[in-house]
Design a protein around this ligand. Structure first.
Ligand SMILES: *Cc1c(COP(=O)(O)O)cnc(C)c1O
Length: 413
């Protein structure tokens, strides 16, 4: 049986195959970048049109309290969408809000952790963590509020024992390699050492199984526009374990995080629960689109999505082997130790990626030398894996990537 025949047989037996049609995907494109910008759910355009034309157009300001026809008001969106995300990450509904960007939520929660840890000022992370994590630490460091300490992942557990460490800040699934940290083990070790944990779940939420509660995680953030399919620049989410809610203080003390925003009093009084992580007026259009994406992921279910993502990446590797493609894979070989992506090292990864895109296989390049292919399980087929592998093999064999047109870089890669 050829790999394409095998792929078609696996698609025919795939219980998630029917969900592909719940997304709008262009013809002739094999989309291996859902880990960077998730695809468009078929229900999103109509939902956005409804919010714009009916809730905004007709309801006007009344829609904050109740949508025309009596639907729920906009004011509840951060908590409502947050509660739905909570179900995908093993948190309680009142432990998550959807708000701001991942970067802004990182700022709020790093600063919150520092305020909860008087006498400790070190933020522990690893070199090569996603830049916004490291830059956000740097911003607080420039204000004299903390000290950044970067330690390679194999030495993190030992570094937790140093007495000045306040917070361990890690990205659960590494954006470049797809390597997944042992969240439960590191969180346990941190807790023992009196160190708080803040996990960035941007490449995890909607792709891998998570149980923040069982892992004893203190704080977390994550992205709405990757595997949650919320659309470009979608609001992110922030999580704080219930046990910390009373002590939690964050620096962006805007009126939406106030206990009584519409009392218009002069003094700040933080809201009782997770609402204190809010700062300003929620972005209604963005939250409405995010809700559609989150609902769809919730309907399919994380366990089947995670299982399929492991099957897709495993099958892709089999295809490459079958085609005798010798590329160095920098992602962990054990599918249980990686997220929903595979990354390959090639000296000219940028040009190889451009040549793939020209053939309709959309992946991405991460500097300096990584070709990153994401396998969003909700809408990819095994046949896509076989075809993408064949394109990659052809490009490498023919040297097509050397063509001049594949060498020019744009602003976003
Ligand atoms: C995508 C991503 C972000 C995104 O942050 P924004 O504020 O939305 O730009 C943050 N952290 C990680 C690990 C990411 O992969």
């Amino acid at each position: 049986m050829s790999i394409l025949d095998e792929a078609r047989a696996r698609d025919a037996a795939d219980p998630l195959a029917r969900y592909r049609d719940r997304f709008i995907l262009p013809d002739g494109v094999i989309y291996l970048d859902g880990n960077s910008l998730g695809a468009l759910p078929r229900a999103t355009p109509a939902r956005l049109a409804q919010v714009v034309e009916s809730e905004w157009g007709d309801g006007l300001i009344r829609s904050w309290n109740a949508a025309p026809g009596g639907g729920p008001g906009w004011i509840g969106l951060p908590r409502r969408v947050g509660g739905k995300i909570a179900a995908l990450i093993g948190a309680k509904p009142h432990e998550v809000v959807a708000c701001d960007s991942t970067s802004v939520n990182l700022h709020k929660l790093i600063a919150a952790a520092l305020m909860m840890q008087p006498g400790r000022r070190v933020i522990l992370s690893e070199p090569g963590n996603f830049p916004t994590n490291l830059y956000m630490i740097a911003g607080l460091e420039a204000q004299g509020l903390c000290e950044r300490r970067l330690v390679p992942s194999e030495r993190l557990a030992a570094a937790l024992g140093e007495p000045d460490v306040a917070l361990l800040l890690l990205t659960h699934v590494h954006y470049k390699t797809g390597a997944m940290h042992d969240m439960a083990a590191l969180s346990r070790a941190a807790r023992k050492a009196g160190v708080l944990t803040l996990w960035d779940l941007s490449h995890s939420a909607g792709a891998v199984e998570l149980d923040l509660e069982a892992a004893g995680v203190d704080l977390a953030v994550g992205c709405g526009y990757k595997y949650l399919n919320g659309g470009p620049g979608a609001p992110a989410f922030a999580y704080a374990a219930e046990r910390h809610h009373d002590r939690l203080r964050q620096p962006l003390t805007g009126w939406f995080g106030h206990a009584r925003p519409f009392a218009f009093v002069d003094d700040y009084d933080p809201a009782r629960g997770i609402d204190r992580l809010l700062a300003g007026t929620p972005p209604v259009l963005g939250l409405a689109a995010l809700e559609v994406g989150v609902d769809l992921v919730g309907e399919i279910g994380i366990a089947p999505l995670a299982a399929k993502s492991r099957e897709l990446s495993g099958f892709f590797l089999n295809c490459l082997e079958e085609l005798n493609v010798a590329l160095e894979c920098v992602s962990p070989p054990d599918p249980l130790r990686r997220g929903s992506q595979l990354s390959f090292r090639h000296a000219d990864a940028f040009a190889v990626c451009q040549a793939l895109i020209a053939r309709g296989v959309v992946g991405d390049f991460r500097a300096p030398d990584v070709l990153r292919l994401g396998f969003a399980p909700a809408y990819l087929r095994f046949a896509d894996m076989a075809q993408a592998a064949r394109h990659l093999a052809d490009i490498l064999r023919s040297g097509e990537w050397r063509e001049e047109r594949f060498q020019t870089r744009s602003a976003v890669t």
